[in-house]
Design a protein around this ligand. Structure first.
Ligand SMILES: Cc1ncc(COP(=O)(O)O)c(C=O)c1O
Length: 443
């Protein structure tokens, strides 16, 4: 099929997510290779966001493809109540990379379902019901997960589920308390302790956080934040849930982002990098205390595709690829080059207010004015209000680079397999486009 035919059928039959479909003109992708996408006209595009920050190992990894093919030849499906080899092998392999004693898993199809099930598990274990989540967060689009979400994707679909309370973020660039680290004493985490007091600890089941916030602008917590949050949870018998759907699987230079601060949560939710998105799979990892308690009770969680044999085979192969190809080490090495280069871009360009990076998880925060920090596109902008970010995306695509420019954030999160030359190639395109973005700033 040629690109024009695909576009025609797309218009007729496909509803794309998070889009005003009538205004959408989606690029046709005809092939993929490593860190590149090939469009419908055969043009090579550098994938600087691993698609939806999920194809962590890069495109067309032969080991994962072969694992899926071989599993498909053997057994495609057995129901969740049966035991099956690819399931247990994945459980064993995954327990080898999760921190602490998080060694038992409930498998889902994606990240939102993992978060929904984590809520159920936390409520069942603690016999409490409230969940604290942060405002600058995204946890998925199912009703539970979108209620956890604090960002502007939530209000249009409210009311969601009861019992979710939002708290402020460790967003040092725009500190919600007007303070500066470290003199602030990490007020943002003490604020969570205060909210727990008001809500009464006996009603709060869990706090869910993205250890490094993803789609709300790569918010990296200051040192001490996560350790103190762990203490606050322990003091109040509240579970700590780390949503590692985006930050997990090497993205930050560790298997899981929370490991950068040596903190072990009670539950981890994951998806995306678990299979590098070659096939859908998510999971809730549970610590031994939670799983052993729930082992004695009916587990009120269920999915037809729970621990799907094909997905489990793909995930085991993916974890082996991270190890064999030393991708997490590469994320650290490339990440330090990236961090230095983003600092350079921040110094050079009037439009770059802040640069945040950890491993290959990074963004530039674009502003109209470095002093006032007025965003180049407002947080929550859509349509016409988002035209600055839309234009920047178009300029990047025109030069052969795909990444997300959403609200005031320009994300840089290429596959962990990227080479230094490829990284520098993409950064020089961004540098050029930032010259254009500088013309949008206040003189
Ligand atoms: C941190 C986080 N949690 C959950 C989700 C939802 O995952 P899914 O889209 O697989 O449901 C996402 C998706 O981007 C995410 O970034």
């Amino acid at each position: 099929m040629d690109a024009a035919e695909i576009k025609k059928l797309d218009k007729a039959h496909i509803m794309h997510s998070w889009a005003v479909n009538a205004t959408l003109d989606p690029t046709v992708i005809s092939d993929v290779d490593g860190v590149y996408l090939i469009d419908g006209n055969g043009r090579k595009i550098l994938d600087f966001s691993s698609q939806l920050l999920c194809v962590n190992v890069g495109h067309k990894n032969q080991k994962i493809i072969k694992a899926i093919q071989e599993q498909a030849e053997k057994v495609c499906y057995v129901y969740p109540g049966f035991s099956y080899e690819s399931r247990v092998k994945l459980g064993q392999t995954l327990a080898g990379v999760t921190p602490g004693d998080l060694e038992k898993f409930f498998f889902t199809l994606g990240g939102a379902e993992a978060n929904d099930n984590a809520i159920k598990i936390a409520r069942a274990y603690t016999r409490k019901h409230k969940i604290l989540a942060r405002y600058r967060s995204y946890h998925g689009a199912t009703f539970g997960a979108i209620t956890l979400t604090g960002d502007p994707r939530r209000p249009p679909v409210e009311p969601g589920i009861p019992g979710v309370i939002h708290v402020l973020d460790p967003y040092c660039y725009r500190c919600p308390f007007g303070s500066t680290y470290p003199e602030c004493g990490i007020q943002c985490v003490e604020h969570i302790a205060e909210v727990i007091q008001y809500e009464i600890a006996d009603t709060v089941a869990a706090v869910i956080i993205e250890p490094v916030t993803g789609s709300n602008g790569i918010i990296i917590p200051p040192d001490g934040y996560l350790k103190r949050l762990r203490e606050i949870c322990d003091e109040n018998n509240i579970l700590l849930i780390a949503d590692e759907v985006m930050s997990g699987f090497g993205r930050t230079g560790q298997w899981f982002a929370i490991q950068n601060w040596d903190v072990v949560p009670d539950l981890i939710t994951m998806a995306k990098g678990l299979t590098s998105s070659y096939i859908p799979l998510g999971a809730v990892a549970m610590c031994r205390e939670v799983s052993s308690t729930l082992d004695e009770e009916m587990l009120y969680c269920g999915l037809t595709y729970n621990a799907h044999p094909l997905s489990c085979a793909a995930a085991k192969a993916t974890i082996e690829v991270y190890r064999e190809e030393k991708l997490i080490e590469n994320a650290r090495v490339m990440g330090s080059i990236l961090k230095a280069e983003l600092e350079r871009l921040k110094e050079k360009h009037a439009c770059v207010g802040d640069a945040r990076a950890i491993g290959l998880f990074s963004c530039l925060e674009l502003v109209k004015n470095k002093r006032t920090k007025e965003p180049l596109s407002p947080y929550n902008a859509m349509g016409k209000a988002a035209e600055n970010s839309t234009e920047i995306s178009k300029h990047l695509m025109a030069r052969g680079l795909f990444t997300f420019v959403r609200w005031m954030f320009l994300f840089i999160a290429p596959p962990l397999s990227i080479s230094e030359d490829q990284l520098r190639e993409g950064l020089s395109i961004i540098d050029e486009v930032l010259d254009y973005a500088d013309t949008l700033t206040e003189k």
